[in-house]
Design a protein around this ligand. Structure first.
Ligand code: HEM
Length: 502
C-alpha cells in the first residue's frame, strides 16, 4: 500500500490540518473493541497496512492478539479476522448487517461506484446479482460444461506451441472466455477489440480498488470538491480521464457489439441474450439497461485477473512439483487410457485432481483477503462479547489462514495429498466469501479450473525453461488485492498428439 497525496500546495496543507483535527477526534479507541497492536497518533496502523504483503502482517497480529483484532488506519476502524469459523459466523449469520461496503471517494471519482463489488446491499445490488445469476447461477452451470471442455482444449493447444509470454497468453484466453459468456462474442474467433479495451482498463481499476492503497482524498474527502485544474489535483484529472476513456469504452463498446450481433441473428448465448430472452432490451428502463451493461462488465472485472492468476499458478506448481504432475497424469491416464480427453463425467473417478485444485486455491489464493465488508453504519455488533463498531471495515485474512501452520502442516509446500483428509478446512469454503456477497463466479471457476487441470495433465508435460532464463519459475507472487505469480517461463511437451486434434 502507499499513500497518494497531491504535491504540497498551501491550500491543501490548510485543509489537511482541518482534516487532521477531525481525524484526531474520530480516532479515539472505543471501549470493548477486540485487542490489537497499538498504533501511532493520527495514523493508527496505516503504515503497517502499507507494508508489502499486508496479509502476512495481519497473520502475525492474529497469532499475537487472537483470531479477531481491531486496528485503525486514520479514523477508520478495521476488524481483521484470522479464523475461518469466526469469519463464517460473522459474514453468514449476520450477513444482513455485515454486507455493506466502504464508499471511497476515489472509487466514485473513478466512476466505479456502481461496480457490483462496490455496491451497498440495495435494490441495484439485488438486480445486478439477479442478472449475473442468469449466466452464472447453478441452472446455467451444467450448460457450460461443453464450453469449459472446449476452452480447456484450446488452451492446451495454444500452450503446446510454447508461447513466448505464458502469462499474457493465459490472460488473453481468460479475457476471450469472459467476453464470450458476457457478450456472446469471441475475440479468439473474430477480433472485436475487447481484449485491448480491457487491457487499457485494468491497471487503473486495480489501483483505485485496492483497499490497502490509501488516497489523500479518502482520508480528506472534501478534496474531491476542489477543481481538478488546481495544482496537486492530478489524481482527480487521472480519475476523470479514466471514467471518460477506458471505463466508458468497456461499459459500452462490447455491449453495443453484442446487440448488433443479436440483431444480425448470428450470436452465441450470453448474459445479454439470456436477459433479452426474458424481456426485450428495448423495453428495459434506462436504469435497468445501465445495470445490465454493468452486470456484463462485472463478469470480466470480477473474473479476469483472479482466473489468470489461479490458472498461471497451476502451471507454476506443476513445474515446481513434478512428482505431483506425474501422479495426476497417472490418475487421468488410468481413467481415459490415453484414448480420449477427460470430461466432467470422469470427475468422481479423479479424486487426486480435486486435491490438486484445493491445494492450488490454498497455496496460491489469488485474493489474499476477502474484499472488505463493512458493518452496518447504523448499528454496532458483538462477536463473542467483542465490539464491532458501526461502519468498521471487516477484513477476512484468507491468505493468512491458508499459510497458518496450525491449520495446514508445512504450509509453503504444495502437497495435494493433504486434502485426502476430509476433515481439513476446504479452501473453497472460504476463498470466495460467504452468503450475500459470495463471489458470483465461484461455481464457474471451480469447473473451469478442474477441467483445465485434467485436460493439461492428459495432454502435456509441463516443465521449466529449457535454457537459462531471467524468468525462472519460483513460488512468488505480486503484492496486491489480486496477486498474479511473478512472470516465469515454461516449456510444454505434447504427451498425446491425437488428443489435441480432437
Ligand atoms: C479463482 C478465482 C476467483 C477468486 C479467488 C475470487 C474471489 C472473490 C472474492 C474473495 C470475492 C469477495 C467476496 C466477499 O466480498 O466476501 C469475490 C467477489 C466477486 N467475484 Fe470473484 N473470485 C474468482 C473468480 C471470479 C469469477 C470467475 C467471476 C465472474 C465471472 C467473479 C466475479 C466476482 C464479483 C462480481 C464479485 C463481487 C460480488 C459482490 O460484491 O457482491 N469472480 N470474488
Amino acid at each position: 500500500m502507499f499513500f497518494i497525496l497531491p504535491s504540497g500546495q498551501l491550500t491543501i496543507v490548510v485543509l489537511l490540518l482541518a482534516g487532521l483535527v477531525w481525524t484526531l477526534y474520530k480516532s479515539r479507541r472505543q471501549v470493548g473493541l477486540p485487542p490489537g497492536p497499538p498504533g501511532l497518533p493520527i495514523l493508527g496502523n496505516a503504515l503497517e497496512f502499507s507494508m508489502p504483503n499486508a496479509y502476512k502482517t495481519f497473520a502475525k497480529w492474529g497469532k499475537q492478539y487472537g483470531p479477531v483484532i481491531a486496528v485503525r488506519a486514520f479514523s477508520q476502524t478495521c476488524i481483521i479476522v484470522h479464523s475461518a469459523p469466526v469469519a463464517m459466523n460473522i459474514l453468514t449469520k449476520s450477513s444482513g448487517s455485515t454486507s455493506f461496503r466502504i464508499v471511497r471517494p476515489i472509487t466514485e471519482l473513478y466512476g466505479l461506484g456502481r461496480f457490483l463489488a462496490h455496491l451497498q446491499p440495495n435494490e441495484e445490488f439485488k438486480q445486478s446479482r439477479q442478472y449475473t445469476k442468469m449466466s452464472l447461477g447453478s441452472a446455467a452451470m451444467t450448460e457450460y460444461e461443453p464450453e469449459h471442455e472446449l476452452r480447456a482444449l484450446r488452451l492446451v493447444r495454444k500452450l503446446s506451441g510454447n508461447p513466448q509470454n505464458l502469462l499474457s497468453e493465459i490472460g488473453f484466453w481468460v479475457a476471450a472466455s469472459f467476453e464470450h459468456i458476457a457478450y456472446g462474442t469471441d475475440e479468439e474467433e473474430e477480433p472485436s477489440g475487447f481484449v485491448e479495451i480491457a487491457r487499457r482498463f485494468m491497471p487503473d481499476f486495480i489501483l483505485s480498488s485496492d483497499p490497502t492503497v490509501l488516497w489523500a482524498v479518502d482520508v480528506l474527502p472534501f478534496l474531491r470538491h476542489l477543481p481538478s485544474w488546481l495544482p496537486g489535483m492530478s489524481f482527480k484529472r487521472q480519475a476523470e480521464a479514466f471514467a471518460k476513456g477506458p471505463l466508458h469504452d468497456l461499459l459500452n463498446k462490447p455491449f453495443e457489439n453484442a446487440v448488433r450481433k443479436m440483431e444480425s441473428g448470428k450470436f452465441s448465448p450470453s448474459l445479454i441474450s439470456r436477459v433479452s430472452e426474458r424481456q426485450p432490451l428495448d423495453t428495459l428502463s434506462d436504469d435497468d439497461l445501465e445495470i445490465l451493461k454493468l452486470s456484463a462488465m462485472n463478469l470480466y472485472l470480477g473474473g479476469a485477473d483472479s482466473t489468470t492468476s489461479i490458472v498461471s499458478s497451476f502451471f507454476l506448481a506443476m513445474i515446481l512439483y513434478p512428482e505431483v504432475q506425474k501422479r495426476g497424469q497417472q490418475e487421468v491416464d488410468a481413467v481415459t487410457h490415453g484414448t480420449r480427453l477427460p470430461t466432467f463425467a470422469d470427475r468422481p473417478h479423479l479424486p487426486y485432481i480435486d486435491c490438486i485444485m484445493k491445494e492450488l486455491m490454498r497455496w496460491a489464493v489469488p485474493t489474499p483477503f476477502l474484499f472488505p465488508h463493512v458493518q452496518d453504519p447504523a448499528c454496532d455488533a458483538f462477536v463473542d462479547g467483542l465490539l464491532i463498531p458501526r461502519g468498521s471495515m471487516l477484513i477476512v485474512n484468507t491468505g493468512g489462514i491458508f499459510e497458518d501452520p496450525d491449520v495446514y502442516t508445512d504450509p509453503t509446500k504444495f502437497w495435494p495429498e493433504r486434502f485426502l483428509d476430509k476433515t481439513l478446512l476446504d479452501p473453497f469454503s472460504i476463498a470466495f466469501g460467504f452468503a450475500r456477497r459470495q463471489c458470483i463466479g465461484m461455481r464457474f471457476i471451480e469447473k473451469r479450473l478442474w477441467i483445465t487441470i485434467a485436460t493439461t495433465l492428459a495432454t502435456l508435460d509441463v516443465g521449466g525453461p529449457t535454457k537459462p532464463s531471467v524468468r525462472e519459475p519460483r513460488a512468488a507472487w505480486e503484492d496486491g488485492p489480486i496477486r498474479l505469480p511473478l512472470p516465469f517461463d515454461a516449456a510444454f511437451k505434447v504427451r498425446n498428439e491425437a488428443l489435441l486434434d480432437n
